[in-house]
Design a protein around this ligand. Sequence first.
Ligand code: ADP
Ligand code: MG
Length: 288
Amino acid sequence: SIPLGFFGGIGGASKKGILVKGSNYLEALNDVKYVVFDKTGTLTKGVFKVTRIVPEASYTKEQLLLYAALAEAHSAHPIALSIRKAYGHSIDQTRIKKYQEIAGQGISVHIDDCHVLAGNEKLMRSHQLSVPPVHEMGTLVYIAINHTFAGYLLISDEIKEDAKEAILALKKLGIKKVMMLTGDAKHVALAVGKRLGLDEVHAELLPHQKVEQLDQLFAQKSSKEKLIFVGDGINDTPVLARADIGIAMGGLGSDAAIEAADVVIMTDEPSKIATGLALAKRTRRIVY
Ligand code: ADP
Ligand code: MG
């Protein structure tokens, strides 16, 4: 049987926008010692804006943006939405063939008779393409047309207003390690990590590599110490499932992630993690 106090705890959490899918998760929140965050959509807003378009000499900015928008026509990734928004016109779907989205990398597609790649350095490297080094703050989407580098778009995201206080609150609650795992580039990840005071940052990870990072943590810690993963769910379903407690952002998150998660933060605020931990402690005091 479930002690009645847990229902109070779950009800209290839901009033704060924290949906706990069972009293066992509320109880497990008491023993959390490791908190692992995804970056995009979780610690950052996941609302991207195209801030620069830098074509190679053989293309204009308009042409590069058009190719990027066509390549991203079918993707639900926040990066894709920002590119389509920057393009601003409707897209001729009949020009798009052999569309392929590669999680954590980008898009490979045929547009008219051209093969187009749109994505990060990893995507380019996997097609034996090298890209010039770019030192700009933001996510770069490189474009290659017919196996030749054609330019890049710079896309900027913002850190959520409560992200810094969210990390601070977790440390005050005695969390041993607050980590961030991201598929984004190293320089972006390190800048965010420094701004937020994170203990550890791992970048350029594919979804399965995020799971491997959790496995490493599981190997180091005692089984009594619980581990949370917090993600917006785009590509994060496997890692949400691997954590002791998987927490999804409910507003931005995908349906699959909300389904896979044990706890859902309806307001998308990372500071609600500490709120949930504190509430779990209060509930335990009431129940026992
Ligand atoms: P995160 O772990 O930060 O949430 P993702 O795993 O969703 O990021 O994506 C990791 C990286 O893969 C992105 O930063 C981007 O460089 C690249 N990427 C993923 N999807 C796309 C796409 N549709 N178009 C371009 N690049 C993409
Ligand atoms: Mg994400």
